[in-house]
Write a protein that binds this ligand. Sequence first.
Ligand code: FAD
Length: 470
Amino acid sequence: MIEKEVIIIGAGLAGSEAAWQVANFGVPVKLVEMRPLKSTPAHHTGEFGELVCSNSFGALSPDRAAGLLQQELRVFNSLIVNKADEFSVPAGGALAVDRSKFSSALTEVLSNHPLIEIKRFEQLDFPSKENITILATGPLTSDELSYKIQDFTGIDACHFFDAASPIIYGDTIDQEIVFKASRYDKGDPAYLNCPMDKNNYIQFRNELIKGEQAILKDFEKESAKFFEACLPIEEIARRGVDTMRFGPLKSIGLWNPKWGDLYDKENRIKKRPHAIVQLRKEDLEGKLLNMVGFQTNLKWSEQKRIFRMIPGLKNAEFVRFGVMHRNTFLESPKLLLPTLQFMKRENLFAAGQLTGTEGYAAAAAGGLLAGINASLLAKGKKTVSFPSESMIGSLMNFISNRNKIMSNQKKSKFQPMPASFGLVPELNNRIKDKRLRYKAYQERSTEALNGFKKILDSYFEKDHTLLEIY
Ligand SMILES: Cc1cc2nc3c(=O)[nH]c(=O)nc-3n(C[C@H](O)[C@H](O)[C@H](O)COP(=O)(O)OP(=O)(O)OC[C@H]3O[C@@H](n4cnc5c(N)ncnc54)[C@H](O)[C@@H]3O)c2cc1C
């Protein structure tokens, strides 16, 4: 049978992984990369899978979210993780790599693969309907293509700048201090509230305005100028002692029944907190909480130090820190299926940071899934989604699942997400000890993926030859 060709645009982490998977399933690939002819503002070389910032893929141990994701990728013969293992450098408990050897090795393997044709040009047009295509152009997708993607998806479905608040694990907040309530009791009490007295507030503000800032790249400074509507919390704090209290930290209309009668004016004046930080559920169960209005440009270590001063957040653990940087990504829950196919066009896939996943290994995971499914489609077979018990499946479900958008979030924008245990379904028997719980997640994932791999192998059985070589 003559296989249809798969076109992959972008040879970053997602595109490189996708190309490897498709070619190894025996399907010809055309891999289009614009570097070095045209670079992005963050890349420096023409090599594939260049790591633009840190050289770390996160924690190595499979009882951590990043480590589990890497382990799952190994099961499916991931090129990115295999090369990261091969060129790893000592980094405590993390998987860090020699970035130059890592990218050179990826480039060499893909360039020498008999089924991969490399094309170096900037893709300017939106992919044609005739070809199976994977869009993997990443957070710095070139302008021309970004506009075409925007035309295809709709204006509101494509973001160009990421100004995101931190997300924390729901089970790390102090339930004795934090209380559930919505402003003026309207609707469901979907928010959790951290009340601050005047002393807390003043100390918190002092640290916030002194906090060390992350350095914005020149191209990010330009984008940030257009983002006045979404000021960093430290900038709001700088504008005046009470500015935060009249903005995201306003306490009016929020009342904890524990404080007594709301309608007794004296009691109300005496007990009303000076300010309140609100936390909004990111998922239905409230395992992940978003700090409302806390988009920030503070360094991550500073965010951890300063935000833990907020009453109720002393032991908070962060799934994701706040960021403000250039980031092209899709409003995936409105556009994509868990198979990474566009709802509007089944032979068009998206993968990597463009879909709203965050992190190097998560980009590889998207490439792996899109690669598997593009191959299945090329062979005239049904596409698949990963089991939700796995980290890959949970992440892909999160970015593509409309139901995960809470009713109170309909107006707020979808925010990119890294691998996290807050995304995986609860265990049948809840385990209190965190280490043991994470270990149980890991075991459950291994079992689910073993079954899934067998099914997948049977789909490819007849024509699946090359994968066995590796
Ligand atoms: C400044 C910056 C710093 C970051 N730091 C980190 C970090 O420290 N750790 C981390 O985990 N993540 C970091 N990220 C996120 C990181 O980009 C992703 O984790 C990962 O690189 C995404 O992989 P990707 O394959 O989706 O995109 P990329 O790796 O960016 O790959 C996309 C590829 O598409 C190409 N391309 C773009 N447009 C076109 C076009 N029109 N035609 C042809 N080719 C095109 C690009 O040249 C690039 O090679 C950072 C992102 C940025 C922007």
